[in-house]
Design a protein around this ligand. Structure first.
Ligand SMILES: [Fe+2]
Ligand SMILES: [Fe+2]
Length: 227
């Protein structure tokens, strides 16, 4: 028998306060939660091409979770919100804080710290369970600077984020922001696969992306010769 709405709400508040996981009502699907989080993150992702970057990283997270350990209740909110902190860094300074070459690590750190704060606020706004909020903000706080994963969910988030670098969208971004040719990007991305990726699936997906770029490149070279 379904509980009256007020009692159900009170129970969920109580469980939140005592950090015991609650089961979301069946009408609230995972998809609806993700849509809401994307909506709330949207104003913060309106910089550095982060809306597209986040969508792509989200797709990779879904693929990784088909094969790797990791809690979807942690991984998806973490990947949706991981880069919201870039909004706190002036656009003219952003390109010095990431990408090829030496980066301003202190500035990069700002996007992690501010991102964790904003993500926490957003998750509290949607009444996300507090024990998940802690885990998600901890992951966001070290998603770039911490090289090792603190959990299986963290490893999936880190790999999903980095897999974006191997996509067409990233290669175009590297060309626009840093003047890199496709070949220069491939030469940069190829030797670091084992160093960057923490899961076997992440390494395999990165290698698959590289192979795809190389075959595209090969076709273009072939056409050039034929012409
Ligand atoms: Fe980031
Ligand atoms: Fe990212």
């Amino acid at each position: 028998m379904a509980l009256p709405v007020k009692i159900q709400a009170d129970l969920e508040s109580l469980l939140l306060m005592t950090f015991i996981p609650f089961r979301a009502p069946a009408t609230i699907t995972m998809e609806k939660i993700h849509t809401k989080l994307f909506e709330l993150a949207s104003p913060y992702l309106d910089t550095r091409g982060n809306r597209e970057h986040t969508r792509i990283a989200y797709e990779f997270a879904a693929r990784l979770l088909d094969e790797e350990e990791g809690d979807p209740c942690v991984v998806f909110p973490a990947i949706i919100l991981h880069d919201v902190g870039w909004k706190r860094i002036p656009e003219e300074l952003q390109s010095s804080a990431y990408g090829p070459g030496s980066n301003d690590l202190a500035l990069n750190r700002v996007h992690e710290v501010e991102g964790a704060k904003i993500a926490g606020q957003i998750l509290l706004e949607v009444h996300y369970p507090l024990h998940f909020v802690r885990e998600i903000t901890e992951i966001i706080l070290g998603h770039d600077s911490r090289k090792q994963a603190i959990s299986a969910s963290d490893a999936v988030v880190k790999d999903a984020d980095k897999l974006w670098r191997y996509t067409d969208h990233a290669l175009r971004a590297f060309a626009e922001r840093f003047g890199m040719t496709t070949q220069q990007s491939i030469d940069r991305l190829t030797p670091v696969v084992d160093q960057w990726f923490l899961t076997a699936s992440g390494r395999r997906m990165a290698a698959e992306q590289l192979l795809r770029h190389e075959s595209d490149w090969g076709i273009c070279q072939g056409n050039k010769k034929a012409g």
